[in-house]
Structure formats: structure tokens, C-alpha cells
Design a protein around this ligand. Sequence first.
Ligand SMILES: Nc1ncnc2c1ncn2[C@@H]1O[C@H](COP(=O)(O)OP(=O)(O)O)[C@@H](O)[C@H]1O
Ligand SMILES: [Mg+2]
Length: 241
Amino acid sequence: MAVAVIKGLCKTYRIAGREIKALADINLQLEKDRIISIVGKSGSGKTTLLRVLMGLEPKSCGEIEFGSKNAKIGTVFQEPRLMPWLTVEENMALGFQDCLSLTFRQEQLSHYLQLLGLADFRKAYPHQISGGMAQRTALGRALCYDPDIILMDEPLSALDAFTRRKLQQDLVNILLDKAKSVLFVTHDIEEAIYLGSKVIVMDQGRKIREFLVPFSYPRNRADAAFYGLRNEIMQLLELIN
Ligand SMILES: Nc1ncnc2c1ncn2[C@@H]1O[C@H](COP(=O)(O)OP(=O)(O)O)[C@@H](O)[C@H]1O
Ligand SMILES: [Mg+2]
């Protein structure tokens, strides 16, 4: 079932009389239980696409149709954007909607703290935790919101390689377990293949190719087919550079 259908989406910025086509004719379908990765060099329109989907920027043309009228969208950015005066669990709890009962919130919070490996740090403040934990907290806040769609803009880019790999693994487990529909922006091709059921390559505001990732989870980066797909996408990106 489609959670969102994007048809002919475009976004044009005007700066001092000059037109910048940040997005042009984007067609895309988001599905429950699917992670779609987007790769592309800097300035190719990835963040603009997420901002338009979030409703932070008006679109210039095209359609965005959500599967349900009240589709909820969660976000995770490159920086965790936590409130420094709140603890890990208080930051996560910001995601809850007001209508939820206190008991339900407490149950959910404990569940997510456990799931994200943050239970021992629930009372810690952002300055007392590592970058990886801060990003887990940001993910926890997004999950507490219980969104239908999670938009992620290079959420692991600021982390060291080991932490990043661990979080990639955890993300696959958590996101698929929770049956979320995810749009995951990254400039790391390996990460895109590791996570996505599809990898979309963007250039100059356009979707130039879509690769299906035929491997089952959890994926093995050392696998020859994984490596082959990585090279194919890499070559395409080098070609347009
Ligand atoms: N608020 C804005 N005003 C004008 N131009 C913008 C704005 N935001 C993005 N752009 C332009 O749109 C293009 C796509 O940017 P962006 O979506 O941030 O790319 P990416 O996330 O792939 O690096 C770039 O040329 C950028 O300069
Ligand atoms: Mg960006």
C-alpha cells in the first residue's frame, strides 16, 4: 500500500531574477515497511525534496498524495537537534502527541529506550552522551511521534565509521520491525544499498536512475553482488560529476 505518491513534483527557487530548479519532475512512491535511499552529490536537490514533503517549502508544481488524510511525518537530521536542558528520555518524550495517556507514554518510552540501547542513559543530558547516542535519541524522538513516514537527511554522516555501521544495522532492524516508510538521504552509496529496498540517484533536481536492491536483510557488504551494485552506482555518479 502506498503511504505517499509523488507525481511530477518540482520546486523552483528564484534568486535575484535567476531561476534555480531544485527539483524537476520527481515521481516516487513511498510504501509501508520500505526504506528508499536517495543518493546524489551536494546540491542535487535531496534536502529540498525532504523539505517539500515535510511542508516546510511550498512546491512549484506536481502532486503529493498521502495514503491517509492525517499522515504523520517524522524527521531525523544530520545534527540531533536535542534540547540541551532536557535529559535523553525527556528529549525523546517531546515526540509524543498530547492526546496520549501517561501510562502509554511511559510504556512506549521504556520500550524505545531499550530498543535504542539508551536505557542506562535515560537520565543523561545531551552534553553527557556520545554523538551516536545523541542521534539514537533523535531517532527515539521521531519514533515516539509514531509517524507513518520518516524522512532522514544524512542522519549518520557526522558519526565515526564504527558507530555508523552499528547504527545502520540497528536502523534496518528497528525501521522494518516498526513497519515504517522511510526516505533516507545519504551521500554514502554503501549505506544507501545496505538500508534501501531501492536506491534513487538524483542529479540537478532530477531523479536520473532508480536501482532495485534485490538482497534480503541483513545485507552483507562483502557479498560480490553488493559490491557489484555499489560499483555500478559509483560509476554512474562519477559519470555525472
Ligand atoms: N532556500 C533556498 N533558496 C534558494 N536556493 C536554494 C534554497 N535551498 C536550496 N537551494 C538550491 O537548491 C539546490 C538543491 O539544494 P539541496 O536540496 O540543499 O541539495 P542537496 O541536499 O542535494 O545538497 C541547490 O542549487 C541549492 O543552492
Ligand atoms: Mg542536503
